[in-house]
Design a protein. Sequence first.
Length: 207
Amino acid sequence: MVSRLNLRRNKISNEGAKKLAKFIKEDDNTLTHLDVERNRIGQDGGAALLDALSTTTRIQSCNIKYGNPISNKMGRVFEREMKANNQAIEAARLKRRSKVKWELVDKGPDFMRCAIKMTELRDILFLSLPDNQLALEETRMLSDLLMKNTPLRNLNLSNNSLDADCAGLIANSLVYNSNLQVLDVSSNIIGDLGVNLLFQHLARRQL
């Protein structure tokens, strides 16, 4: 089955774009890369393709921005959609990795949230997430994981953007966790308040 389809310079209009969109939505197609640059696809056809892309994470690239009468704003939307799809694809790939150790370095918070949502972490023993600009929203997700008292033994959150509020969330989750043994929050900005919040709970159980 075809996975890459190049349709550049074919005078494709909105009508043709809508037919492509319908094809993309079909479950049994294997298309991953689509190039329709230098055609006659306008706002209506672009909207149809965007709608189709929103229903699947299979498409890794859809080149449409250049040479078609769509707005710059719509072109940027296509770029964001492709970025989100590729994050989801990478997250799905991570899901197939070993369930013992899971590491994500320098990917950024958006990628991390996507990966955490799509990856089964119930059996993970070592979770390493340094240099990902993680902050409050990501800490909430990780705190939920800790509160479930999974088998997680080692959690590395070094070199992120965790502040005192983040430390408080982690500290509160540790009340419900009896398995975590190693916690690395070095090179963050938790400050004196964050340290105090952590030690309120660490005093009850030694990591």
